[in-house]
Design a protein around this ligand. Sequence first.
Ligand code: GCB
Length: 856
Amino acid sequence: MKFFNYLLIIIFLIGFKTQAQRVVKTINSGWEFQLENSENPETVNIPHTWNAEDAFNDGAYFRGKGTYKKKLFIPQDYKEKNVFIKFEGANQVTKVFVNNQLAGEHIGGYTGFIFELSDYLKYENENEIRIELDNAHHADIPPLEADFNFYGGIYRDVELIVTGKSHFQLEGESAGNFPIKTPAVSEELAKVVFDTKVENYHEDLKLQVEITDPSGNPVSSREHSLKAEELSLDFEIMNPELWSPEEPNLYNLKADLIDSRSGEILDSYTSNFGCRWFKADPEKGFFLNGKPIKLIGANRHQDFENMGNAVPNSIHRKDYQMIKDMGANFIRTAHYPQDPDVYRICDELGLLVWTEIPVINDVTDSKAYHKNSIEMQREQILQLYNHPSIVFWGYMNEIFIRLVFTGDMSEADKKAKIATSVELAKKLEAETKKLDTTRLSVMALHENDIYNTSGIADIPDVIGWNLYFGWYTQGLENLGRFLDNQHKNYPNRPLLISEYGPGSDSRIQTNDPKPWDYSEAYQLKSHVSYLNQIMERDYMLGMAAWNFADFGSSGRQDSRPFINQKGLVNFDREPKDVYYYYKASLTNEDFVYIAGKNFENRIIKKDQPVLIKVFANSEKVELTVNDTLRKSSEVIDNIAEFQLNLSENIHQLKATAGNSEHSRIIQVQFRENLIENIKHQPLTINVGSHSDFTDEKTGEIWINDQPYIQNSFGYVGGHSYQQSETKFQGSASNIKATTNEPLFQTMREDIKNYKFDVPDGKYRISLLFTEPNRGASRENIYNLGSDASNASEKLRMFDIRINGTLVEENLNLARDYGALRAVELNYTMDSENEINVEFQPKNGNTILSGIKLEKL
Ligand code: GCB
């Protein structure tokens, strides 16, 4: 019994002494928050942004100051310790005050930072922590401008860290991280170097360092007396378990700082790391651990529908899991370092990473801008150093785009802009290499020779091209030509595609995809073409689609305003067709998927077969229709196509490939019967468009337009109004007073009639319009000064008659409603065998965006 008590005491003492002394706790909940211009504070939890809503409204979102306050009780105990506050990221200038005293200030919205609070605290007392944050535009802080929202707020976790009096260094650029370098790795041996630094050094400190292998078994365990505040330790791992996308093996290093007199652990540090080596060969592509690997994946922004950038870690994990499940092995965390968890997740999942700082579109020629950019790169590298997933450090994106597109820049200004950008690139390159000799540096360019002629493209190790052939520039097939030329002219440059892809909208479906129609089908067509062209070229390291998910960009006016819609998945992460296409192309386990989740209603001509696309990674796909009809089709480019002659009905499709099976129910309706059907279902037509549009609120499908057919319906005269010959969308502008932009953005100009051969009866006709000409606003409509000829074209004016009755005289959309506004005019009419809507121009051209016919 006595012995047992004695043992308990020993166990207690050992337990007490070896207990880690670093306490880390999140302090995310219950902050009082107030925006500079608001009257009342509110209570919020972190992650938080003040722009989750206003970045998706008309006009500029708020960019200015917000203040967070919180009372923190600090116990007496902590007087014997050191207390720190850690931010994983806050956008973009942060000042931390403790009891009204400034404890620290940080510039930049995308990296972490830590401040020591100890000197300002009252112990056994409440302390006020006040955080002042500012996301206003600042000419000296990147990003200056970009195609995404600079949401303000403390949008990543905040932690309180408590250590012993002597502790590992926490403040400073590396925000508590210490590099674990792997300067030489082979299958036989990995050399590992761990550099660390201690604050409040004294001679009785020792370090206990343990490395464990991916299964958690100790590889090395060593104790070192500290002779100075800094220590560098070398380790060797024999036959290391290499890190790769297939086997993301992670080692762990844990270091305890111990007071050798008392045996007390004062602080501890832990980090995963991995053993791998890689290279980028300008002729043969990318190699990981000596084996070629084509880098295929996506870019990813950090925001989410209705949340802005204040997303929980669980969403970060879900995103990267989806990217991994798609079969990708590569990710670009564009355009800024993301949450620290993101890189941990990429390590664990096995995704190779390009991470970059937000030096985008433009550079300010100031010392401060250069300094802040370099500081961001230093913080990025020092904080993320240990992640084996990271292979590229990026530092510029399309840095000459403003210069190219700003029309009135003088030659001298252009020269100066090029000079300062090249100078900054050189500094960033040097800094990158100074901090890390093992990774590759990279920058992303837009399609313009200025990057070559200016010499900037010669600075980094690897070049990423952002190429939008088939979208911003014409011809999907021009991609290969462009790349081959670059490769020929600059044979020593390893090349990647850092961005590509068109916008798409799940509400827009067609079998006849065209550039700028925002259909899922055009997105698919474009990605198939890109993937093929890259796979054919050994010299290409790989490619990253723009973007994994739709994301917020307040300046955007696409088919969903304020959102960049080039995602493989929607803003809420609901996959678009193209996501499954990649899954079929990139995964090995049997996979089959019937495309068209948002195209289950097929409204077609009687004699037209239904086109069904099935994605698969097999050679053949079998399709049953209503469990009977069996068809088999060859898989080309991971797509099997079926042309099915189906009755007007609901049909159950089932596709099988290998061990995988997928079903989808589709409904077929014949256009010829829509008139007959009108008593049950209004006839809704997406005038001027070749695509069907689904109104998400009502479920109505606005079918693609057709020329008038006797005993049926359709338009007479006119042409589809297009932005340009190659852009199959009438207007790329936000249309006011609707969320059904695509319905109004496409239209038929010069239309003469819209006719329906309907039986006698009472009908309601709704005509949908928008004036697409931005210049034709109410404000300038009477201003016929120097711009008179233009203005008269803007003053489109027409009469409308329905079955001969004048229902609109001199309808002038711009004058009466304003440009780019959804206008819906309704009329009730009796039919005498037909409804004939006549459009008669008075000035300029007639125009119509949509038409709906309901039987009353
Ligand atoms: C780019 C930019 C990216 C944009 C993208 C687009 O080249 O690098 O930030 O979002 O194009 O969608 O236009």
